[in-house]
Design a binder for this molecule. Structure first.
Ligand code: ZN
Length: 434
């Protein structure tokens, strides 16, 4: 079977160009990319899909997702999370190891890969834990985990407190070609905090998490990357000072990369005034000045990647007093429109926005993906950047509905997802543009 995607504009995040081109897919691969209209063959073996007015992009790759399986299947499963992913335009997700049991051994890594292949939606790349049980003491078997299919290591959800353990992890990971992803938090400072420490936390009487809690650990990871010469990737950057530190480190040639999540460039701590627990996440929403710094960090490429930190929680864990509610929000189905808002604002070009969702995370994880070219595996999405709609809870495919964007107007929607030449998502009638 041959698929012809006809009439769309192809976004090439590597070359930085957008051009009207037709894409012909045969089997698992992109057979041809031709100027619009050049390919005119027809026949029963060719399925022609008219995508006029839409953009073809490489499939999006989310390098920071919590799929909750094994152990917390009431929040999300690999099947439901990967379905939400393909709906959102993703063709690959990297899933964090804070499952139950923790992904600190080969049997859990293999289990995740089996469940992903059973679900058959998209590619799942397991991130194994840095330390056994994510307890911060003993390194896991990086070589075995890599062989089993892990692409990176992280104790995400918690920092690796012991600097010597982190140093060894960074060195050992480079030896095994694994990406180290650091959750930067000084637990002694964040302590019992539930939101950003600042004017709003004082006003509404909630315990604060100072920006320094993140920044101290960002500084430490930069120092360790400088010391060892080995790369470190900083997860979910949220503060202006973290971004300045990463910018300076990059200027010095320190091998550090960084990601942020859409909520850190969309929302700030004033959102907490209503005590809505769907605005509670870790790191917390910061100040409007931090939001500006995140945007600037994206536009000048200090921040390489946009990742969701998709963190599903059931109602039981969110419908609680603010202090007791769980941290985190879902993000797979809103990442694209929220990122496209940066393009409309002029913060990012379309090409660089798409790069931060595709080729940049692929490069950091060492995955040969995130580009569209002849001969490459056909992992791609077709998006309608102008589609305006209201996000309804009933439309969310993730098992959990903890999104602060329910009821909000979003612009930009994925309409078709292809993984290895297979159509895995074609939108649905309930998700129409207004
Ligand atoms: Zn984290």
């Amino acid at each position: 079977m041959t698929i012809l995607l006809k009439g769309g504009d192809l976004v090439d995040p590597l070359k930085g160009v957008i051009a009207k081109q037709d894409v012909i897919i045969e089997g698992q691969r992109i057979l041809k990319i031709l100027p619009f209209g050049v390919f005119s063959e027809t026949g029963p073996q060719i399925s022609i899909i008219d995508i006029s007015g839409k953009l073809i992009i490489p499939g999006m790759i989310d390098m920071h997702v919590h799929l909750r399986e094994p152990g917390q299947e009431y929040k999300e499963t690999i099947a439901t999370g990967s379905l939400a992913g393909v709906a959102g335009g993703f063709t690959a997700l990297a899933c964090m190891p804070n499952t139950d049991p923790v992904n600190d051994n080969v049997s859990v890594t293999e289990f995740i890969l089996r469940q992903a292949s059973k679900a058959g939606n998209l590619k799942v790349y397991p991130i194994a834990s840095i330390t056994k049980g994510r307890k911060g003491d003993t390194l896991t078997e990086f070589g075995d985990l890599k062989k089993a299919g892990a692409v990176g290591v992280s104790d995400d959800g918690s920092p690796v407190v012991n600097s010597e353990v982190m140093r060894r992890a960074i060195e050992y990971a480079r030896y095994h070609n694994l990406t180290v992803i650091s959750h930067c938090e000084d637990l002694s400072l964040s302590a019992e905090g539930v939101m950003h420490e600042g004017s709003i936390s004082t006003k509404i009487g909630l315990r604060g998490i100072p920006s320094a809690s993140e920044e101290i650990m960002v500084q430490r990871e930069i120092s360790l990357a400088r010391l060892t010469g080995c790369p470190v990737h900083i997860a979910h950057v949220s503060t202006a000072e973290s971004i300045s530190a990463i910018r300076r480190a990059k200027e010095d040639g320190v091998p550090v990369t960084a990601e942020t999540a859409p909520h850190y460039f969309t929302l700030d701590h004033t959102a907490l005034i209503g005590y809505n627990t769907n605005f509670k996440m870790n790191p917390p929403l910061r100040t409007p000045e931090d939001v500006l710094a995140v945007k600037k960090g994206l536009s000048n490429d200090v921040i390489d990647v946009i990742a969701t930190d998709h963190a599903p929680h059931s109602r039981l864990e969110k419908d609680l007093e603010f202090d007791k509610a769980a941290f985190g929000i879902i993000g797979l189905e809103t990442a694209l429109p929220l990122t496209l808002s940066l393009v409309r604002e002029g913060v990012l070009t379309m090409q660089s926005a798409i790069k931060k969702l595709t080729h940049a995370p692929a490069a950091i994880l060492g995955i040969n993906s995130g580009i569209l070219r002849e001969g490459a595996i056909a992992d791609l999405a077709v998006i309608d950047p102008g589609c305006e709609y209201t996000l309804k809870e009933g439309d969310i495919l993730s098992k959990s509905k903890n999104s602060p964007f329910i009821g909000k107007t979003l612009i930009g929607k994925n309409t078709l997802t292809i993984v290895e030449g297979r159509i895995v998502w074609t939108g649905d009638s309930t998700r129409t543009c207004s």
